[in-house]
Design a protein around this ligand. Structure first.
Ligand code: 5AD
Ligand code: SF4
Length: 407
């Protein structure tokens, strides 16, 4: 149900279950064991889990032997746990971590793709943004040791991984909890030397910690993809302060300028939230203005969702739902034309695409990602999956590109 780290945890859980003799089924009715790996970042993610647990009541009454388990971030919160205990007696097992890290990285993982893999480099978060539940569910920030990460990636490369995505809530502060002095940029340099790895991505970074050293890595490391996801959350310094983000609008724009001046073709992505408590119309207009200035290639957009026991939840100046939804629509109206313009700029260009999937509807259609993380659809066949191919871009809209393999 959640972020890339949660997805990667699911890959490890399925690996463990296969070792125990289980196999994966596509239809939930056929399952003997059902495990929901939950997320609590927004209310809607929790509601989906409650909805599924509700539906499973029927299944369990028909099929008494099935086991239902719930794990992930929701289980680290008393409120959600108590609600599950009270409302869903059909749940057999809950996974509660005293010191909520991730699943042990020494375990294998049943990876969805063998040519692109997620690798955790750190866990937890120390930032305590005032709206966010993550520091409470995932615990304090801890970095994995570089040697351990390098060994895992070398092993993945030997087994066919071409693209690796490094995961952490705030990868820019990688290394702070290590005994040795070793930065995120140092880690990227070492990964850049691993034979077989052709692309390196990372998620997610905090603007306050993005270093010059990292900005230069985009220029100096040939395998580091031309794509930076830098969550801004809001374009008003007043709101950023209330969010406890520890940077101003000007700081953010200065960092973006630096990134762009060193890497003019870099694709930029972000997370933006509307309707944080106390956000005025003027604050929101600052967000729209920042979006126009930065010109994001893509963005994850969110409506502020109250998370119990976070500082922002107790504020008395919550923005009414109607205003939040209205701002959300207006934000998309500004974002989409920018995305479309940036995608259309690719028309006529030849790009390298790592082919990821065959279309479910038409087996002669495939899709994949460019270095800039642009989704490209084109005519190909299943043998292309897992390869990097040259594609000429013919058309584009706000969300994807259409290409053709030049023969
Ligand atoms: N409400 C809405 N969006 C949230 N996010 C985190 N907490 C909340 C919340 N309470 C968003 C942020 C973050 C992304 C992963 O989810 O934008 O960067
Ligand atoms: Fe949440 Fe802020 Fe940490 Fe991101 S940096 S996980 S938004 S507290």
């Amino acid at each position: 149900h959640g972020c890339q780290m949660n997805e990667h945890d699911s890959e490890k859980i399925t690996w463990l279950l296969e070792k125990m003799g289980y196999s994966f089924v596509n239809e939930i009715d056929e399952a003997d064991f059902i495990i929901l790996n939950t997320c609590s970042v927004r209310h809607s993610a929790e509601d989906k889990v409650y909805g599924q647990l509700g539906n499973l009541k029927n299944l369990k009454s028909k099929k008494k032997n099935i086991k239902i388990a719930v794990c992930g971030c929701m289980m680290q919160r008393d409120e959600s746990r108590n609600y599950v205990i009270e409302k869903f007696p059909n749940v057999d097992t809950m996974d509660i971590e005293e010191n909520a890290l991730s699943i042990d990285d020494k375990l294998g993982a049943n990876r969805l793709y063998n040519f692109k893999s997620y690798v955790n480099i750190m866990y937890g978060c120390n930032n305590f943004c005032s709206y966010c539940i993550v520091p409470y569910t995932r615990g304090r920030e801890t970095s994995r040791r570089p040697g351990e990460i390098i060994r895992e990636i070398e092993d993945l490369a030997k087994h066919g991984t071409k693209e690796v995505t490094l995961l952490g809530q705030n990868v820019n502060s990688y290394g702070k909890t290590l005994d040795e002095k070793f930065s995120f940029a140092n880690l990227l340099e070492e990964i850049n030397d691993i034979k077989g790895i052709e692309r390196i991505r990372f998620m997610t970074s905090h603007p306050k910690d993005i270093s010059d050293e990292l900005i230069y890595s985009f220029k100096n490391l040939d395998k580091l993809c031309n794509f930076l996801h830098l969550p801004v959350q809001a374009g008003s310094s007043r709101v950023l302060k209330m969010m406890n983000r520890k940077y101003t609008r000007e700081d953010y724009l200065r960092k973006i300028d630096k990134v762009k001046s060193l890497n003019p073709n870099i694709a930029l992505s972000t997370d933006i939230m509307v309707g944080f408590p106390g956000e005025s119309e003027e604050d929101f207009l600052d967000t729209l203005d920042l979006v126009k200035k930065v010109e994001y290639d893509t963005a994850f957009t969110f409506i502020y969702s109250v998370r119990e026991n976070t500082p922002a939840a107790n504020r008395t100046d919550q923005v009414p739902d109607k205003v939040k939804h209205d701002r959300f629509e207006r934000l998309l109206d500004v974002l989409y034309p920018i995305q479309e313009r940036k995608n259309k700029a690719f028309i006529g260009k030849d790009v390298d695409v790592l082919v990821e999937d065959i279309s479910k509807k038409n087996e002669s259609k495939v899709s994949g990602r460019t270095d800039e993380f642009k989704l490209v659809n084109f005519k190909g066949d299943k043998n292309d999956v897992g390869n990097i191919v040259k594609v000429r871009i013919k058309d584009a809209n706000s969300f994807s590109l259409v290409g053709e393999i030049e023969s």
